[in-house]
Design a protein around this ligand. Structure first.
Ligand code: 8DG
Length: 117
């Protein structure tokens, strides 16, 4: 809630003995009610919102496997294009991830095309 009003990628904290990929699949199911598959890891981002507390974001590009998006925990969801991604008010820790997506948009799309059935 202290990041209320900022845009974030769906996700959450890794539980004990859980891989980052399994965590993301679980969190997206809990938050958006859809099943996804992790496809591509992006660079991690470390950020300190308060002294002595560091968070590390481990981003993955995913493909949507099944289900319809239902907002179970968030206020709003939005699909964004390359043209719009930088204009959103992102949580500070997300900015390097947004920059990586923006810089590599076409390359990432080319890599993901292999997963389209
Ligand atoms: N999911 C997510 N969290 C982010 C992003 N950017 C960012 O700074 N954060 C921060 C907010 C939180 O301090 C932390 C993730 O915590 P969370 O509240 O989403 O985790 P969770 O679902 O496991 O929540 P909880 O069980 O602890 O309540 O990372 C982002 O893009 N996505």
């Amino acid at each position: 809630m202290n990041l209320s009003g900022f845009w974030e990628f769906p996700g959450g904290k890794v539980e004990k003995n859980e891989s980052p990929e399994a965590c993301l699949v679980r969190e997206i199911k809990e938050e958006l009610a859809i099943s996804v598959c992790t496809r591509l890891a992006l660079k991690s981002s470390e950020y300190s919102y308060s002294a002595g507390k560091l968070i590390r974001l481990l981003p993955f590009v995913c493909s949507w496997q099944s289900g319809e998006i239902t907002l179970l925990e968030h206020q709003e969801v939005r699909w964004v294009s390359k043209e719009n991604i930088k204009s959103l008010n992102w949580a500070p820790a997300d900015i390097p991830i947004v920059d990586e997506l923006f810089e590599n948009w076409n390359k990432i799309q080319d890599q993901l095309i292999n997963y389209i059935k």
